[in-house]
Design a protein around this ligand. Sequence first.
Ligand SMILES: C[S@@+](CC[C@H](N)C(=O)[O-])C[C@H]1O[C@@H](n2cnc3c(N)ncnc32)[C@H](O)[C@@H]1O
Length: 251
Amino acid sequence: MAGYGALSEAYEWLIRDDLVTPAGAAARFDGLVTSLPPGARVLDCACGTGQLAVGLAGLGLDVVATDASLGMVRRTEELAAEHGVSIQAHQVTWEELSDHLDAASFDVVFCVGNSLGHAEGAAGRQAALAAMARLLRPGGRLVLTSRKWEAVRARGSRMDVRDRLVRRNGRDAVVVYYTQIAHAWEQEHHWEIAVAQVEPDGSLRTCSERLSFWPFRYEELTAQLQSVGLTVETTTFEPDDGGYLLVAGNE
Ligand SMILES: C[S@@+](CC[C@H](N)C(=O)[O-])C[C@H]1O[C@@H](n2cnc3c(N)ncnc32)[C@H](O)[C@@H]1O
């Protein structure tokens, strides 16, 4: 199971400053969004706390948001209500997408923010990508953003404490990641993440969770995309960069 039960409560402290508002999250995909017809139907299939889904709805797109975590789906619904936009949000895993959504019914499927690393190994990733590809209309596109897992594994197991307090909703927090790298690529890896919010009296309110992930090489990803009928159209992957944005199409 994906996790993100406890962390759904404090997830905004883990989001980059420029992506923490709906407008900021959607702006990252400006070029793609402006190429879509008005009212195009899009799915964010790992919606987290909903910044991207709500931002896209604010631009007039017809948005469905899904996530494995009920806490995340509830936060997405709350954010949509706060911003006065209408989206459909459902607790649905990638494995369950085909049971809930019609084939060939979306112009774009987003799976962003390093989410795909939570699919269980090569087989889980393949099944997830196949389920996403099946939802795309002819000419549709899958949009992925990911860490460069090659770099994450190369750094080895380690503790990272953010070098400054992160401020969200008027409250500062200390953010700590412990990355546990397994011996082999295909094994289950772990993150322990803690968000310690500083209360007005100086005490800390800590929320933490242990998450599993299965890293993948960029070449493995592109081969798997090909095998589900998707061809990379654009990618920002560079051997020396820390992350990338990839768009793959089915035509
Ligand atoms: C790192 S968060 C990214 C959230 C959001 N896309 C963002 O960019 O902030 C990963 C998300 O993937 C979801 N997730 C993990 N495994 C999943 C699965 N099998 N099916 C659907 N969602 C999953 C988690 O619940 C979590 O919300």
